[in-house]
Design a binder for this molecule. Sequence first.
Ligand code: FAD
Ligand code: SF4
Length: 534
Amino acid sequence: MSKITIIGSGPSGVHFALSLLKKGHLVEMIDVGYSGAPPVNPEDSFNELKENLEDPVKYFLGENFEAVVGTDSASVYEFPPHKQYIFKNPEDYDVELHGFEPHLSFARGGLAEAWTGGSYSFNDNDLEDFPFGYSDIEPFYNEISDRIGLIGVEDDLSRFFPYHKNLLPPLDLDENSQLLFNVYEKKKDKLNKNLGMYLGRSRIATLSKDHGSRKKCDYSGRCQWGCPSDSLYVPTITLNECLGHKNFKYIPGILIKHFNYDSNNRITAIIGFDVVKKVEKVFKVDTLALAAGTLASSRIFLESFLKNEGKIVKLPGLMDNRQILAPFINLKMIGKQFNPDSYQYHQLAVGIDTEDPKNYIHGQITTLKTGMMQPPFQSMPLDFKTGIYLGRYLHSSLGVVNINFSDSRRDDNYLTLSQNKEGSTKLIINYNPPVGEDKTIKFSLKKIGKFFGKLGAVVPMFQVQLRPMGASVHYSGTIPMSESGDSLTVSPNCRSNDFSNLYIVDGSTFPFLPSKNITFSLMANAARIAEVEF
Ligand SMILES: Cc1cc2nc3c(=O)[nH]c(=O)nc-3n(C[C@H](O)[C@H](O)[C@H](O)COP(=O)(O)OP(=O)(O)OC[C@H]3O[C@@H](n4cnc5c(N)ncnc54)[C@H](O)[C@@H]3O)c2cc1C
Ligand code: SF4
């Protein structure tokens, strides 16, 4: 039986693998695969952890207080010390950045080991530039929902992200979110009509019912530190499912550098580097699938042209969602006690209509429970004592809206390589925001300010944070799906137009980036490719 070799164990790779395994294929997965420690004291809640751990300061803040962050880039959810392995890069993985600050992951499970689970189906407007429509991908959204466990309800936001099968009932809302929701319900006709804004439940990859060996969320408040009961989905759950198939082989510890191809442009082997033993490793290939995440997959693709033909190629069209963090204070919550036994991440989302429905603006609303208080307070002009006092007084009333804009492929946003005299290479990432972005930012902040005002909350505009490009971690667009058959593109089913036995199954192939978080569509598309091509 011929085998399919997949590079990467992130959401794209594991769902592609599982679909292939279910169809009886032989699958090999090669991964750098850095891994972390299992959850500590799995039965404890957030507060119990603080009491029961021998050294809670080390756990929450790190040996060298590395989780205490500066004001510039700090969001409510910074990465705790024991999750740093997710963002560790192999030695000599050189990258040169121009206008882009990416996160790369070489972890077992990839970047989504740190995600917040927002999972939204794309509608026909979002898919306008894709070679398929919603009805083509809907069965795969249904399938992935069933695999990962996805909460979602049919509400005012279903006009933006279609309601599909296999959605779980919602979790209880925390008090702050519930208050916002109640006021919205009373005023929604006017808010919809006057502001073109809608509020509803966010779709989250978290269990409200037991799912196999995974337990439903028990509101322990530990989401940011890693869910100990696997209620919050992470890709290693699917990797473990793949490991239960006899046709599956997982090879961690290998950084793939490039592939070799013959005169018919058929890939014959992949060349890797053992990151532990520091030696080169060569693997024979029948069919290759790149699922290393857009930046790393594109790099393997670029390095292969350089190694085989001495060509430096440029891949235009890099996309990422611009994100703005707009904090708010819910006036009705001021002075109230926050409840640490709450689900920690977003439970509400907000949608803003725009003239062109393709450019719908999407926001996730996170109220502050056990998340770090320090980032929002550090940027206030307060002394330490006042900061602590106000922090306690305002804690339960705080929240943040994470606003996302769509992005489109443009030639001046690209990936390429540079090579020095000794032959070592650097990935060059170049990004310029779209013309007119200021207007979109102003438009959405004005709406958000008014909308939250009507809900009884204040958005202090001086605290709004424009995140750098790269911060949304929704990289895509460098080797797009196309019906053209052109070089440096893939077919509608993501088969390379340059190499007949190569598939690209991550975000590299997306020809447009809607404002909705991308990962659910990455998983659904990977399952789609496995179904239609193998
Ligand atoms: C804090 C945070 C919050 C997020 N929240 C959300 C959210 O709410 N909703 C959402 O949709 N998305 C979210 N994301 C984004 C999401 O994590 C990514 O979209 C997703 O992980 C991309 O999946 P991928 O499989 O394509 O690649 P990755 O997750 O990047 O996985 C890449 C895999 O490839 C391997 N690899 C890379 N290069 C090589 C190589 N050369 N050789 C061998 N192996 C290699 C890595 O080890 C890894 O296993 C979030 C991300 C972060 C960091
Ligand atoms: S999802 Fe969060 S709140 Fe729910 S059980 Fe897991 S860590 Fe606890």
